[in-house]
Design a protein around this ligand. Structure first.
Ligand code: NDP
Length: 278
């Protein structure tokens, strides 16, 4: 019997990861069966677990919270996107026990907004909330879409300022603390904070929205997040959660590993239905 190609996602916690379902569905589109497992890795054990996975013939590894920075250090070569983000979410084996690191979060977000939702980034005023791993992963791909302005704000203003310094040569980027937001409005607001996970809302004035503002929360859940409810109360033109981003970043990883581009639409629909069914 032929052995199935082995893939996995490492994280902690990782029990609720949708990645096994997504990648299994992608492979089925091409008539293939793969083995994709979610593995809860103990803090400090990432490198050993990844070594074991690849030594056992693992073909690709996704990495989620809190290991994206360790995965960056673990990889021997990196894509320019991963290099800039300082974080890796996709590892591929190279010869000689080495490993290549990519970051597919930004491509996933941009593809979801443009291809799936039909939103525009070019010449728009964009606000990015948060300056953690997710924010740093998406800044480069967002700037490549040539927005009129990209403002990044964070609770700890110094972290936003660091990102601005790092990406300043790539486009019209500025940032700082939430007090910057008192006098501006934006066409697109992206929530890359983890505030929604705790049911919190960053301090956002209602005046941030204009007639055509779109609001995107990277988090996804059955019920709208507190940020999505805030957007609805302030009559945002369009509102979305991060389920499409999750599937699109997975599709990019799948392409890196297997050279095949899966259809994402049916998988997004399938996941949404599964989430709603509980
Ligand atoms: P990090 O822990 O690296 O960063 C968290 C960020 O949220 C920091 O900027 C932090 O600010 C900010 N924050 C936390 N709590 C609050 C609060 N109460 N008010 C204001 N700001 C707050 O997390 P990640 O960047 O990895 O993830 C962020 C979110 O993106 C998560 O919800 C995650 O699930 C989601 N995500 C979704 C993906 C998808 O495919 N849909 C992919 C990747 C991430 P400070 O610096 O001040 O602490």
């Amino acid at each position: 019997m032929t052995e199935l190609d082995k893939y996995a996602v490492f994280g902690n916690p990782v029990r609720h990861s949708r990645s096994p379902q997504i990648h299994t569905a992608f492979a089925a589109q091409f008539g293939d069966e793969i083995q994709y497992r979610s593995v809860c890795v103990e803090p400090g054990d990432f490198a050993r677990a990844a070594d074991d996975f690849f030594a056992a013939g693992g073909r690709g590894l996704n990495v989620t919270v809190p290991f994206k920075y360790e995965a960056y250090g673990y990889s021997t070569t990196r894509s320019s996107g991963a290099e800039q983000a300082g974080a890796v979410n996709t590892l591929s084996p190279l010869t000689g026990g080495q490993c290549h690191g990519d970051n597919t979060d930004g491509v996933g977000l941009v593809r979801d907004m443009i291809a799936n939702l039909g939103w525009t980034l070019r010449d728009r005023r964009v606000l990015l909330l948060g300056a953690g791993g997710a924010a740093s992963g998406v800044l480069g791909p967002l700037l490549r879409e040539k927005p009129a302005a990209l403002v990044v704000v964070n609770r700890t203003a110094a972290r936003a300022n660091d990102l601005v310094q790092k990406f300043a040569t790539q486009g019209p980027l500025s940032g700082g603390g939430y007090e910057l937001l008192e006098t501006q409005d934006f066409d697109l607001i992206i929530n890359a904070t983890s505030a929604s996970l705790a049911g919190d809302l960053p301090p956002l004035p209602g005046s941030l929205l204009n007639m055509r503002s779109c609001c995107y929360d990277m988090m996804y859940a059955v019920e709208p997040t507190v940020f999505m409810r805030w957007a609805a109360e302030n009559t945002a033109w369009a509102i979305a959660d991060g389920l499409g981003m999750l599937v699109e970043q997975a599709a990019e990883a799948f392409y890196i590993w297997r050279g095949q581009r899966p259809q994402t639409g049916p998988v997004i629909t399938e996941l949404r239905q599964a989430m709603e069914a509980g």
